[in-house]
Design a protein around this ligand. Sequence first.
Ligand code: NAD
Ligand code: MG
Length: 401
Amino acid sequence: MAVNGVSRIVLLGATGSIGASTIDIVEQTPDAFRIEAVASGRDVAGLAQIARRVGARFAAVRDETLYGALKDALSGSGIEAGAGSAAVVEAALHPADIVVGAISGAAGVEPTYAALAEGRTIALANKECLVCAGAPFMRTAAQMGATILPLDSEHDALWQALGGASPHDVEKLIITASGGPFRTWKRDDIARATREQALKHPNWSMGQKITIDSASMMNKGLELIEAHHLFGVAPDKLDVLVHPQSIVHGLVAFSDGAVTASLYAPDMRVPIAHCLGHPRRLTTNARRLDLAEIASLTFERPDFDRFPALRVAIDALRAGGAMPTVLNAANEIAVEAFLAGRIGFGQIAEIVEEACAEAARDSNLREPATIGEALAVDHIARERRRTVLAGRGGSGKVTFQ
Ligand code: NAD
Ligand code: MG
C-alpha cells in the first residue's frame, strides 16, 4: 500500500533506457512516487548518480566485483550498497508498492520473480522473463494475487484496447512492429548488415539488445510469446502487423467484427505512466500525438523470408514446452556474439533456429514448471550455443551490461 499517498518504487535496470524514462515520469510526479531501491548490471557510476538523484535507500550492482566501487561512489550519501545476484534480489524485495522490471534479458528472471513471489505488483518491461519462464511467472502471479502490469508498449496498448473485455469475445490480439531499420532491405543485404546499421532504429531509442532484436524482428516474436502469457491467448489468436510509423501499438479484433486500437506517439513514457498511474491517469509531458501532422498510418504483413527470426520465434511459440526458453537463451548468445563482432547479422536467426532444431530432437522438452527448471533449461541452452560458437572461433565469455 502506498505510504501517505506516495507509491514506493523499486527500479530494476535503473541505468537503462526504460530506467531513464521511468525516472523521468517519477520526477514529473514527485507527489505520487518515490524510488526506494535501484539495481543495475555493472554501470556503477551511472547507478550511484541515479541513486543519489532519486534519493534511493538501497542500490545494487549485479557484478559482485564492483562492491567497493559502488560503496565508494555512494560514500557520504547514506545509501546502502550491495553487489552480486543476491543483492539485486534484495533490491527487488525492498519494501515497495511497484517493482519496475527493466533489466535486459533473462538476467531479470530471478530478481523479478522473487518480487512476484512476494505478491508484489510488477510493471514488466523485461519481456525475456515471460519468454524464458512464462508459465511459472503467470502461475505464481495467480497464486500470490500479484499483478503483472504490461509495460512493453504493444502489451500496454492491448491492455488499454481490451478495456476489460472478456477473453471469450476476442478473436485476435494484434501487435504492431515498426519493421526496424531493415524493413525495406533485401534479404542478402540484411544478412550482411553491420552492427552500426542494426543499432540505428528509425523510431525508438532503446538498449542495444532490444535494438538488435527489433532489427531482426526477433523482438516481435518475443512479444508474441509475452502476449500469449500475459493475456492467456492461444498462439493462433495472435498476430503481427508491420506499421512503420509506430503510432498504433496494439489492436483487439472482437468476435463481432469490431476492432479497438491503442495509439500514442513512440515514447515509452506513455506506457510507463499508464502502468505507474493505474488505475488513474498521470499528467505528464510525454510526446503528444498529432494525427493530422502524421497524416497517414500504413500497415503491411510481416515478411518471414526476409525476417526469419520472427518465423523461428512463432514456431517456438507454437511448439510450446521449453522451446521459448531455448529460443530466448540462444538469441541472447547470438545477439551478444553479433554485438561483439563475432558473427554476422544473418547468423543470429540461423543460430537460434539451430538451437530450436536441436531442442526439438530432445524428448524432454516439457514446459518448465518452476523458475529453477526454466533457468536450468536456459543455462544448458546458453552453454551449448557458447560451445558451438567457440568451435566456430568465437569465445564463451559471460558479460554483464
Ligand atoms: P538497457 O540495456 O538500456 O538497460 C538494461 C538495464 O538492465 C541496465 O540498467 C543494466 O545495467 C541492467 N542489467 C543488465 N544486466 C543486469 C543484471 N544481470 N542484473 C541487474 N541489472 C542488469 O535495456 P532497455 O532498453 O532499458 O530494456 C530493458 C528491458 O525492457 C528489456 O527486456 C527490453 O526488451 C524491455 N523493453 C524496452 C523498451 C525500450 O524502449 N527500451 C521497450 C519495451 C520493452
Ligand atoms: Mg515492444
